[in-house]
Design a protein around this ligand. Structure first.
Ligand code: ADP
Length: 479
């Protein structure tokens, strides 16, 4: 079959998701770290520069104070020197007197102007300050000018351009861009590698599954990949094993049922032929054969009824027809019905009730439960054996125990007896008669009542079936 490219399928594929995650894990830290480190570099560079500039400004204190600038005097030598310093910083120098008036400006444009700037006012109170102007990319430091008596007579303001910091950042950015391209390419390589590496075992598994779909007797091959995938394939093989055993038991069931259905028919045919074929058959023989034919019909009916009960309970959404049922009366009624079979094998059936129990159950299905358990206890028993049935309850559940001292169940069969079509000791069971459906029906019916059934048994000594069912039926939501 031709496969069409589906963007959505690729978008949701594990391979695509792994690739994206690896790619992001590679690129995101880079994208986050680069701006952070650039910002950190910038703030450290500015702080260091500002501190150095302040130290430099302090050095000019004596020369400026003794030059008479503050008092309005001229000093050409110092003018030239300060201009040279300002130029070397690619900035500007201002000398401001205590009246906030600019008495010297290395740009010679603002002389005589009054500055009202908070930093200058603070500086005239003795504080050394710096400020970074983001717009002009300039550091502005201001230090107080003090005379020999320690009085503050003015402020020296020095600017320095931080163009070089920006230039350095530009250089870093270009390096980072190259680094970014390398990191991205590398991340893509790693992402593609990881996507292929991690999705390959799944693809292999999918191919093996295709093989299993074609030929479902196969198993998933043992492939060493990831623990999780090994667990999944182990579980899958378990499922296949279960399916195979269901298939086997179904095949066995079909042959069992065909055999069981055929046996009564064959007997009836033989009986009918022998009556039809001969003249003057005595009336007693007719009666006897008709009784035999009746029994065979009963057996046939039982098998068909069992099958129908199971199919009905199997149907999804099968509902219980719940009503308040007197369990004591129901059990007594069933035992009365089963008495003839028990008597035939000389089996003593005793019912012991600890208290009267009325519970919400589906009478028809619950009858199947008790009938199957007691019938089995009688069927798989020895001549002259006993069957004890007891009924008890507490405020939440009622308990039924069906105990016999019959054949018992082999230890290796016990876990399987509730499986449909399963019959322990097949040769013996066939002789006894049955379909292997009774306990499967019992278990389904008990489960539908939200109850539980457990078995204890010892080969040759007998078996005990314990049933526990809630007194009040609560419908499960997704039953
Ligand atoms: P069947 O139609 O064969 O009786 P069931 O589903 O009722 O089918 O029982 C399954 C198998 O469990 C029986 O074939 C029998 O081997 C075993 N079994 C059930 N109940 C008893 C019991 N009380 N004692 C011994 N074996 C039992």
């Amino acid at each position: 079959m031709k496969k069409h490219f589906s963007f959505s399928a690729h978008f949701h594929s594990l391979r695509f998701k792994i690739a994206i995650i690896v790619l992001l894990v590679g690129i995101i830290p880079f994208m986050v770290c680069v701006p952070i480190s650039l910002k950190a570099y910038k703030s450290v560079a500015i702080h260091t520069d500002a501190t150095n500039l302040m130290a430099e400004a302090v050095q000019y204190n004596n020369q400026i104070v003794t030059s008479g600038y503050v008092a309005g005097e001229e000093n050409r030598v110092l003018d030239t020197k300060l201009k040279a310093v300002a130029d070397s910083n690619n900035g500007r120098i201002l000398v401001i007197n205590s009246n906030l008036k600019i008495v010297r400006d290395s740009f010679s444009v603002d002389m005589g102007k009054t500055v009202i700037w908070k930093n200058i006012i603070d500086t005239l109170q003795g504080n050394q300050l710096y400020y970074y102007d983001e717009n002009t990319k300039t550091i502005i430091v201001s230090v107080p000018l003090t005379n020999s008596q320690g009085e503050i007579v003015g402020a020296l303001v020095m600017n320095k351009s931080t163009d070089y910091v920006e230039q350095n950042i530009d250089i870093f950015v270009s390096y980072m861009l190259i680094g970014g391209v390398i990191v991205t390419l590398f991340s893509i390589l790693v992402a593609v590698f990881c996507a292929i590496r991690f999705s390959r075992p799944i693809k292999k598994m999918s191919t093996s599954l295709d093989g299993i779909i074609r030929e479902y007797t196969n198993e998933l091959p043992d492939q060493k990949s990831f623990t999780e995938l090994e667990q999944v394939s182990g579980k899958f093989n378990e499922v296949i094993g279960k399916l195979q055993s269901i298939d086997e038991s179904r095949q066995e069931f079909v042959s069992n049922v065909s055999h069981e259905l055929k046996t009564p028919l064959t007997s009836m045919k033989v009986l009918a032929d022998s009556l039809n074929g001969s003249d003057n058959v005595p009336i007693e023989m007719y009666r006897e054969f008709m009784v035999d034919i009746g029994e065979e019909i009963d057996r046939e009916t039982k098998i068909i009824n069992d099958l129908l009960s199971l199919v009905r309970m199997d149907k999804s959404g099968a509902k219980l027809n719940v009503s308040a049922v007197n369990i004591n009366e129901l059990i007594e009624h069933i035992l009365k019905r089963l008495k003839p079979i028990a008597d035939k094998a000389d089996i003593e059936v005793v019912f012991e009730s600890f208290r009267p129990v009325v519970a919400e159950v589906d009478e028809v299905k619950f009858t199947l439960v008790i009938t199957n358990l007691v019938e089995n206890a009688i069927k798989y028993n020895n001549q002259g054996g006993w069957v004890h049935i007891s009924l008890n309850s507490d405020h939440q559940f009622f308990y039924i125990k069906v105990e016999d001292n019959g054949l018992g169940i082999p230890e290796d069969s016990a876990p399987h007896i509730f499986e449909r079509f399963y019959r322990a000791d097949k040769s013996h069971s066939r002789e006894i008669g049955g379909t292997g459906l009774g306990l499967a029906i019992t278990k389904s019916a008990i489960a539908m009542h939200n109850g539980e059934v457990k078995v204890r048994s010892k080969l040759g000594e007998g078996s005990t079936f314990d049933v526990r069912i809630p007194l009040n039926y609560i419908e499960k939501e997704n039953q």
